[in-house]
Design a protein around this ligand. Structure first.
Ligand code: FEO
Length: 394
């Protein structure tokens, strides 16, 4: 029995990836509660063999064991670097040491391969849109897609198999199965990943989707998570996400010190719910800001709720605000609700946040200490105004 699992995912295409069961956070930002996978692939032509990306360097021994198991003494001829981040490109120096292979990447990729991995430029072949390499009965065509993620990012297509190697595009930190039809919560995990990584660059993602639509894609092999052998669903979701289509949905992000702000949030929740708005509520005490990314992908409105602390929004709300701006979500409408003691200045900061995040400021509600009946009525009316804005957009 073979030592390693090297499943054939398509004719003469093998998965070489590793599962990092223990990893609990990615980019020091995104929660990965069930770990992640680092997917690499091997394509065997009649004459030549190519690796599609490599592996996180922590898994290099396993990776080389898999290559040897599949190839024996046959060499690797090409390494395709779709993306230069170390979780996929980190083993490139080892591969180039072991094999007299050529690294294929974009012009920017060549620069980053030199910078990160000291790859000599004479080991690199630079490709541009539509270039290809013939492996003998298998062809790899290259489609640079800068800034769908990093500037060097490229998609690689194998027309004989109608297979797209998409690197981080369509990826997911999902360790629950090799194929989409074997894995759990495929779209949920993909949406989290999109929110964390791809959402800030949605315009470039749209351009990549236009490019992908012109290819005849029956399988997508990304760099994390399951291989899509039924790619229609993820393609449809990515079309919606990259087009920044939002739902009648509101995200309520709050912190409460004496439950005054929380009581204000509760009024909002009731009204928005009664108006048929889908809502998600996050108390930032105990919420990792990375958890917000998934919900920002298709949410139309944001309610920020904070007490005043030393003349500003609570630091956890400031932090959440920084994260939300970083993710560049398609939020359209915002409302700030605030409970203050002796100073109102947090509200000015709330307004500044919406301005700088290019979110329409629908209103600011301030309450001195605990909300009374008149305050609650103001909150109900404000929530109704926000709900009408959200619904008018559908
Ligand atoms: Fe999975 Fe951008 O590296």
């Amino acid at each position: 029995m073979d030592k390693y699992a090297t499943p054939q995912i398509s004719d003469r295409v093998y998965a070489l990836g590793a599962t990092d069961w223990k990893r609990r956070v990615f980019d020091a930002l995104a929660p990965t509660p069930i770990g992640t996978t680092y997917n690499g692939y091997l394509v065997k032509g009649d004459n030549k063999t190519a690796l599609i990306d490599t592996i996180h360097p922590d898994f290099r021994d396993e990776y080389f064991g898999k290559i040897e198991q599949l190839l024996g003494s046959t060499p690797v001829d090409y390494v395709i670097m779709n993306h230069a981040e170390p979780d996929h490109a980190g083993a490139i120096p080892d591969v180039l040491d072991k094999f007299a292979a050529t690294l294929i990447t974009t012009k920017k990729g060549a620069e980053l391969a030199g910078l990160y991995y000291n790859v000599p430029q004479d080991r690199i072949r630079i490709v541009k849109e539509g270039d290809s390499v013939d492996l003998g009965g298998k062809t790899l065509t290259f489609h640079p897609s800068p800034f769908i993620h990093w500037p060097e990012t490229m998609l690689t297509y194998l027309p004989e198999n109608k297979l797209l190697f998409s690197c981080d595009f369509f990826a997911a930190h999902n360790t629950s199965g090799l194929f989409d039809d074997e894995a759990d919560d495929v779209i949920l995990w993909a949406k989290k990943y999109y929110g964390e990584i791809m959402m800030p660059l949605a315009k470039m993602g749209r351009m990549a989707m236009d490019k992908i639509r012109k290819l005849d894609v029956e399988m997508i092999a990304p760099s994390h998570g399951p291989v899509y052998r039924h790619p229609e669903t993820i393609l449809a979701e990515y079309t919606r996400w990259t087009n920044q289509m939002t739902k009648p949905k509101a995200l309520i992000v709050y912190v409460s010190m004496y439950k005054h702000t929380e009581r204000m949030v509760e009024v909002f929740v009731e009204i928005l719910r009664n108006k048929g708005i889908e809502i998600r509520v996050f108390d930032m005490v105990g919420t990792e800001p990375g958890e917000l990314a998934e919900h920002l992908v298709d949410t139309r409105a944001l309610v920020l709720a904070s007490p005043t602390v030393l003349g500003a929004m609570h630091p956890l709300i400031q932090y959440a605000g920084i994260m939300i701006k970083t993710f560049k979500p398609p939020l359209k409408y915002g409302m700030f609700i605030n409970s203050y003691g002796w100073g109102k200045s947090a509200s000015a900061h709330g307004a500044e946040f919406f301005d700088s995040a290019k979110i329409e400021n629908v209103g600011i509600i301030e309450v001195n200490a605990a909300p009374g009946e008149e305050d609650n009525q103001n909150l109900r009316e404000a929530a109704a105004v926000l709900a009408d804005k959200i619904l008018a957009d559908t």
